[in-house]
Design a protein around this ligand. Structure first.
Ligand SMILES: Nc1nc2c(ncn2[C@@H]2O[C@H](COP(=O)(O)OP(=O)(O)OP(=O)(O)O)[C@@H](O)[C@H]2O)c(=O)[nH]1
Ligand SMILES: [Mg+2]
Length: 245
């Protein structure tokens, strides 16, 4: 599985994502091209599924984007000291959705303000965005509106968007209620769930839901009922244990 770190601060290099000590910022979309192999179920003819689907993680620094990705990709939690992402990292993961292999290329962006222009350059090529806040950090929740404005400005109009309230395992430190997250998501018409990169709650579900939506959009089979992301999320989402059946 490919993994890469893309940094904005160095000079462009002619080839390779990770040359020896060389890091540069490729044109958005470039990675999809070099990863290029089509992923379809053996024997299946689904010509319209792109080689990889780009999913971007966005939100304030410290909300848990990198941890969410590591939990999804490796099934582990990065405990201990917080290492803030520089520029953009990416990881690939292949999921099987309704019998079809879907390759997600997941871009883990830096939440720090100083990298914002790097992030802007990638929005345009994202098929889906997971927008995170931290339920133990009110400011990260209050900033969601600003993130949505930015998404509106830079992302494709039909980008698949989902709001995630992360760190629900930290029940004692929670300052943003689930209802507040639900209300905000409803206001903006986006699916919502609470997650924990630490316990793994809803992490797989968040990515699977996105993959399903993208797969259904790409491969419209004649008699297939329309996939409804909102309904799927509502049906599948799990609560943190205390207050939801
Ligand atoms: N309790 C708890 N801590 C978490 C969770 N997710 C992340 N953390 C912690 O929060 C801190 C920040 O996590 P990161 O994943 O590095 O945050 P980030 O959003 O990638 O931050 P930037 O790279 O700066 O944008 C780390 O100390 C993590 O251990 C979670 O679900 N629960
Ligand atoms: Mg990070």
């Amino acid at each position: 599985m490919a993994r890469g770190r893309l940094m904005a601060e160095r000079e462009p290099a002619p080839a390779g994502v990770e040359g020896a000590g060389t890091a540069w910022l490729p044109a958005p979309g470039f990675l999809g091209a070099i990863e290029g192999s089509r992923v379809s179920a053996p024997g299946a003819s689904h010509p319209s599924l792109p080689p990889s689907l780009q999913v971007m993680l966005v939100g304030d620094s410290g909300v848990g984007k990198t941890c969410l990705l590591v939990r999804f990709k490796d099934g582990a939690f990065l405990a201990g000291s917080f290492i803030s992402t520089v520029g953009i990292d990416f990881r690939n993961k292949v999921l099987t959705v309704d019998g079809v292999k879907v390759k997600l290329q997941i871009w883990d962006t830096a939440g720090q303000e100083r990298f914002r222009s790097v992030t802007h350059a990638y929005y345009r090529d994202a098929h889906a965005l997971l927008l995170l806040y931290d339920v133990t950090n009110k400011a990260s929740f209050d900033n969601i509106q600003a993130w949505l404005t930015e998404i509106h400005e830079y992302a494709q109009q039909d980008v698949v968007l989902m709001l995630l309230g992360n760190k629900v395992d930290s029940a004692q430190d929670r300052v943003v209620k689930r209802e507040d997250g639900e209300k905000l998501a409803k206001e903006y018409g986006v699916p919502f769930m609470e997650t924990s990169a630490k316990s793994g709650l809803n992490v797989e579900l968040a990515f699977t839901a996105i993959a399903k939506e993208l797969k259904h959009r790409s491969m419209k089979l004649p008699n297939e009922p329309k996939f409804k992301l909102h309904d799927y999320v509502k049906k599948e989402v799990r609560g943190s244990g205390c207050c939801r059946s």
